[in-house]
Design a protein around this ligand. Sequence first.
Ligand code: AMP
Length: 408
Amino acid sequence: MPYVRIQDIINTIGDPLVLANEVFEAPDCTVISRDLILEKSHEKGKVTEIETEDDKTMYIIFTSGSSGKPKGVEISSDNLNRFTRWSKEFFQADNDSEDGNIMNQAPFSFDLSVMDTYSALVSGKTLCLLDKDRQKEVHSILSFLKEMNIGYTVSTPSFINMLLADKGFNENNYPNIKQFLFCGETLSKETAKALMTRFPKSKIINTYGPTESTVAVTSVEIKKEHLDDHHGLPIGKPKPGTYVYIENEEIIISGDTVGKGYYKDEKKTEAAFFTDNKTGMRCYKTGDKGYIEGGMLYYSGRMDNQIKLHGYRIELGDIEANLIQVDGIEDAVVLPKKKDGQIKSLTAFVTGSVPCQSDGDFAASKYIKSFLTEKLPHYMIPKKIKFIDEMPLTSNGKKDRKRLEELL
Ligand code: AMP
């Protein structure tokens, strides 16, 4: 995460205490270094129980915001309790003595980590953290699964797809894996089918939900019959305490895990969250398109320009807002590039000319990318930058994204 982006978060919080697991300096706040954390973690201390009030903020997770700055989703203690009461059920074994451990793959800045971390805590299970460096190599991940006796994976489908590229990833070699739990992006029939073939005894659980409603609110065990019907895979039925309905195609979540809103951002909160007058329930407009059939929820895409790339949630507007800060760039549109229906990379279309434009498009792209690297996390940097003379517009004066799609 670039320094400027962290500084944005620090400014939004006000005067935070920063626990830094990398070398980090911030002039206006107290930073606890990695060395100090490690030193203290070896000290034996007293475990202190802390009473939390239901509406007290338990955590704030920052996610990509369309205006170019991250927005903080505020989750209360009650939200988290209601969530874990449900989520811990996914990690309950029939026979505890043979039960494997839970894998954590998602970084703590992604709320999928709440699923494994807190579910492990409330069910007394062991959580094994797969660190960032080990995630770079498939064989290193695979040996981690064995070494740590992983019984339950919690990840995006993208992560498991990476492992499926290795032919040896199957039940014979990994007999302890009893469940694959997914959240965060579309689980394809191909992935589910490959898992069913290679791990016939394991369960596949698909869950769905946004950070704004505490990780996930629906779930379904994916079975063979789901592969054969005419729908995409279902995303499930709501957990207790949650109601899901569709309004103008949009999925609306109502219930006890819908968060407080966006931290210190009333405008954005009011645009997406509301309280139902009849039920008094907190509701969230997801921006996801979906439909319900036979009591089962299906996801059919986004209503806006939010995407998932390799499991990361990205507002394309966030990248565009940072692009137009580059010296000489007048306008920008970022589009996802798909292959076999899956987003593989990002392409930016820009108008204007940067200072080194006369050295050619390659040099100009490099200039832009290095500017963005200072502002955005690596996964938000477009792979390709295309220079266009003019931004195409629709008849009502909006940027014509469809026309640009043809140029991808
Ligand atoms: P995040 O807040 O990072 O968890 O992202 C939430 C968004 O991810 C949702 O609003 C959906 O667009 C997408 N998403 C989450 N779970 C699923 C799923 N099981 N299938 C398809 N999309 C999903």
